[in-house]
Design a protein around this ligand. Structure first.
Ligand code: CP
Length: 317
């Protein structure tokens, strides 16, 4: 297996099956530190640079919390408008990252341009973690979700997935790439204008992913072991920032997971994941049902980033 030390985490397309399991093993070792709410000193000599060109609550703060839990340090920006990349200069990724690499030992980057973290990795001498790039990928989120499945269901292989949302979305790309390494049939449910692009569809066939598409969640929920939901009412991920203006539409029933639907159609031991933020696709009365696992997902988000930071910084082999 390739070493993770010094490695960029840009895409799950690059990942081999045994590498997923190795990360999950390291995450399990990290879990007691996060659960006990104590900080260790594993990364006390290291600094994380958080470069966020697009809003984030979870991805940035989970990476920062993970670094603190491992005794490390954090610098960075959450608002590109306060940097030279976001003002008159519109400083390039290359010039920015050639500075950032002297401010820390690893960087996590979220960007509205697909491929921006890859461009950063080309120039940086420190590892770059992709925190979400435009419509591209969101590898650390899907690693978190797979780890959550493993912890909650005790296995990944043999589980049937239902993924609901915008299939052009970065999380869906990372999910589909990841599942090519497992025995996990998946059904995608998306509005027609948000369905798998022809190019992505062809790519998934080439990778032998066992997938199909359906029009309504009711058509697939009854056989699903894992239900992963994302909004279909959402901002433009290719913009640095998308403000809400005026009325927003409601999520059609085809893409909504209600308590009634779960109670009448879902397997009793299925689990429901949502990386959040949400709109109305999962009403809040679902939160206390036996299916919801999104708060566990949030906890695992810190654990997973602890594992990734420890691995790429060489503190864990
Ligand atoms: N799920 C996720 O990426 O959340 P944030 O946009 O808050 O980071």
């Amino acid at each position: 297996m390739r070493s993770f030390m010094g490695r960029d985490i840009l895409s799950l397309k690059d990942f081999e099956r045994n590498e997923f399991f190795h990360i999950f093993d390291v995450a399990e070792k990290m879990e007691p530190i996060a659960r006990s709410r104590r900080n260790s000193d594993l990364l006390k000599e290291k600094t994380l640079v958080a470069a966020f060109y697009q809003p984030s609550t979870r991805t940035r703060l989970a990476h920062e919390a993970a670094m603190h839990r491992l005794g490390g340090h954090v610098v960075g920006f959450a608002d590109p408008k306060m940097t030279r990349a976001g003002d008159f200069y519109q400083e390039s990724i290359k010039d920015t990252v050639k500075m950032l690499e002297f401010y820390g030992d690893v960087t996590v980057m979220r960007h509205f341009q697909q491929g921006a973290p890859h461009e950063a990795a080309k120039w940086a001498s420190i590892p770059v973690i992709n925190g979400g790039d435009g419509w591209g990928e969101h590898p650390t989120q899907i690693l978190t979700d797979l780890y959550t499945v493993l912890r909650e269901k005790g296995r990944i292989d043999g589980l049937r997935w239902l993924a609901v949302g915008d299939m052009r979305m970065r999380t869906m790309h990372s999910l589909a790439y990841a599942l090519t390494q497992f025995d996990c049939p998946i059904t995608f449910v998306a509005p027609p204008e948000m369905s798998l692009t022809e190019e992505f569809n062809a790519e998934l066939r080439q990778y032998s992913l066992d997938f199909k598409e359906a029009e309504h969640v009711e058509q697939a929920i009854g056989t699903a072991d894992v239900i992963l939901v994302e909004p279909v009412v959402q901002p433009d991920y290719t913009k640095s920032r998308d403000e809400r203006t005026g009325e927003i539409s409601l999520t059609p029933a085809n893409y909504k997971i209600t308590r009634q639907l779960l109670e009448t159609k879902a397997k009793p031991d299925a689990i429901l994941l949502h990386s959040l933020p949400r709109m109305d696709e999962i009403p809040t009365d679902v939160d206390i049902t036996r299916w919801s696992r999104y708060w566990q997902e949030a906890f695992n988000g810190v654990v997973m980033r602890m594992a990734l930071l420890a691995l790429v910084l060489g503190a864990m082999e």
